[in-house]
Ligand binder design. Structure first.
Ligand SMILES: Cc1cc2nc3c(=O)[nH]c(=O)nc-3n(C[C@H](O)[C@H](O)[C@H](O)COP(=O)(O)OP(=O)(O)OC[C@H]3O[C@@H](n4cnc5c(N)ncnc54)[C@H](O)[C@@H]3O)c2cc1C
Ligand code: SF4
Length: 510
């Protein structure tokens, strides 16, 4: 017998190793209890994962594949992959195991030892979950000191003929329409664009059963599985994609960067949970968006902006992970060592922009990109929080979190822990940025314009303290020269007050 092992984040619609059922072919799927407890994953994330796996297995059974499925509750406590696979090998006389290249570095590199332990060969195959293979990315990156997402993205646009004219030029003449995609919270309030409500997803019996089991097994994990608000099947994911394309894509670009009270999703797609589980493919999302533009139903700035996220950022981040692991996880260029603030698991902070973001994290296991990057990420960067602790927190919290996407986003993008391998400067921002792009300051107990005193916005002292502390490390970076000069021009007393205020504030968060 041959076993095709399907990992939980490889629930592909047309699985390349499963063209049709055969008498000597088994399919195996494992809900691993030790993996579930490895970190304190949000209960909605675990519910999504196990429910999606159970639905996928049911579909395979309907398609007459002989499917072995290990439920959480089947485990002798602590049974890991090797114990379960060993049982199947014995029972079904399995001679070899095949699977798609695991998306996680540690799982991929554990396979030779697993094969030896089990006494059967394990062969991996290229996964179609990404458009660019690990080798192709490495060949592109070879010899480059710094990598730029933009050049990788342009190469892919041309190669896959996405948003290109018949003469091979970018549609609309420019590759990048970001300058149209930075509209502010004030403009948002003035125009008051209508935000379409998200579809209500009634939980099916499988998801309800999983949510209950997750609640019982992982009671200390944040969130509640019953609150899961997105679908868990391929069909549901396709409908979600359609809904986004029809209702939110048009305004995606213009309001991509704003943060609005009580609007955790705005015009974002919330497609990452499906893409990262394999329920949707990147190309079908890209093509659906491009078609909408060609039909004149969405403007170029929104469609290009959205395609840039998937074809540009997603592929690039994935490539960086495989290029830089395993050393990447250890990087700490800024020597940050502060343990996480208390509010990370409670949301109890007086900083309104932060508490609003954490409310989304705890209630929905989701934040849109700007909250992840410019509110929470910015705070963790400025406060000098330890990269491994921050990585752990983000990985636990989000519906879409997986190692390949978290490591570069957290270490490279928000914490500058790699010294700027792909981010051209740290994404550091003060209160002026928050006040411009978000509308939380109006209901915050701090004042974004005040620099000192009990009402001063903490981002002010944190921001300047960051440049004061790390200035020498950035001296050769032309993109932050101006900030360093501004810091240096401050008087010794002001610098001292900034440092003291930042330290007092950070200590109070511990
Ligand atoms: C600190 C931090 C942590 C992040 N953690 C994750 C994560 O665990 N999983 C994850 O998929 N994305 C992560 N991202 C990237 C991005 O924030 C999310 O993909 C996005 O917010 C998901 O929401 P959405 O589907 O509504 O995105 P949209 O704004 O609608 O964007 C469309 C799609 O583009 C892709 N995308 C956009 N930016 C990135 C990026 N930087 N890296 C990879 N894909 C990207 C996603 O697939 C996303 O679904 C993280 C970013 C930061 C700064
Ligand atoms: S005043 Fe400062 S802490 Fe309060 S919401 Fe604005 S930026 Fe955030």
């Amino acid at each position: 017998m041959r076993l095709i092992w399907i990992l939980g984040d490889q629930l592909l619609p047309s699985h390349p190793l499963l063209p049709s059922p055969k008498p000597d072919l088994l399919v195996g799927m494992i809900e691993s209890a030790p993996r579930g407890t490895h970190l304190r994953y949000h209960q909605q994330k675990l519910t999504l994962l196990y429910s999606a796996m159970r639905h996928y297995a049911n579909d395979l059974k309907k398609r007459k594949f002989h499917t072995l499925y290990h439920h959480l509750s089947d485990s002798p406590a602590g049974a890991d992959y090797s114990t379960i696979l060993a049982g199947w090998i014995q029972e079904h006389r399995i001679r070899d195991i095949h699977l798609l290249d695991p998306n996680e570095y540690d799982t991929f590199h554990a396979l030779p030892a697993l094969s030896k332990k089990l006494g059967v060969p394990i062969q991996t195959h290229r996964s179609p979950q990404f458009l660019v293979s690990r080798d192709e990315f490495a060949a592109w990156a070879n010899g480059k000191k710094h990598l730029l997402m933009e050049s990788h993205y342009r190469r892919l646009r041309a190669e896959h003929n996405i948003l290109m004219t018949p003469t091979g030029k970018p549609e609309g003449a420019d590759w990048n329409l970001d300058d149209q995609n930075r509209r502010t919270a004030r403009e948002f309030s003035k125009e008051n664009p209508k935000i379409p409500p998200l579809p209500r997803i009634p939980q099916d019996p499988i998801t309800s059963a999983v949510a209950k089991e997750v609640g019982q097994r992982f009671p200390d994990h944040p969130g509640k599985g019953d609150d899961l608000w997105i679908p868990t099947t391929r069909q549901g994911a396709l409908e979600w994609l359609k809904g986004f394309i029809r209702q939110r894509l048009e305004a995606f670009g213009s309001w991509e960067d704003v943060m609005i009270e009580n609007q955790p999703v705005l015009f974002h797609s919330v497609l990452s949970p499906f893409l990262n589980l394999g329920l949707l493919t990147p190309m079908e999302c890209i093509q659906a968006a491009e078609k909408t533009y060609r039909e004149g139903k969405a403007p170029l700035n929104s469609v290009e902006g959205f395609i840039r996220q998937i074809l540009g950022w997603r592929e690039f981040i994935h490539g960086i992970y495989w290029l830089k692991m395993p050393a990447y996880r250890e990087e700490n260029f800024l020597e940050a060592d502060r343990p996480l603030p208390r509010w990370a698991y409670t949301g109890k902070t007086e900083m309104r922009c932060v508490s609003e973001a954490i409310r989304g994290t705890l209630d929905l296991a989701y934040n849109h990109h700007i909250q992840r990057l410019m509110v929470l990420g910015n705070y963790f960067l400025l406060g000098g929080y330890e990269p491994k602790a921050v990585l752990r927190w983000y990985t636990e919290m989000y519906l879409d979190a997986y190692d390949w996407v978290m490591v570069p986003n957290v270490l490279g993008m928000i914490l500058f822990a790699d010294g700027g391998f792909f981010a051209t400067k740290p994404y550091a921002a003060g209160s002026a940025y928050q006040d411009k792009m978000g509308n939380h300051c109006g209901s915050c107990r701090f004042d974004p314009k005040k620099k000192e005193g009990p009402d001063a916005c903490p981002f002010h002292s944190l921001y300047w303290n960051f440049y004061g502390q790390h200035g020498p490390k950035f001296r050769s970076n032309p993109r932050i020269g101006m900030m360093l000069k501004m810091w240096e021009k401050k008087s010794a007393e002001e610098k001292k007050r900034i440092r003291t205020n930042a330290q007092i504030f950070l200590q109070a968060q511990a």
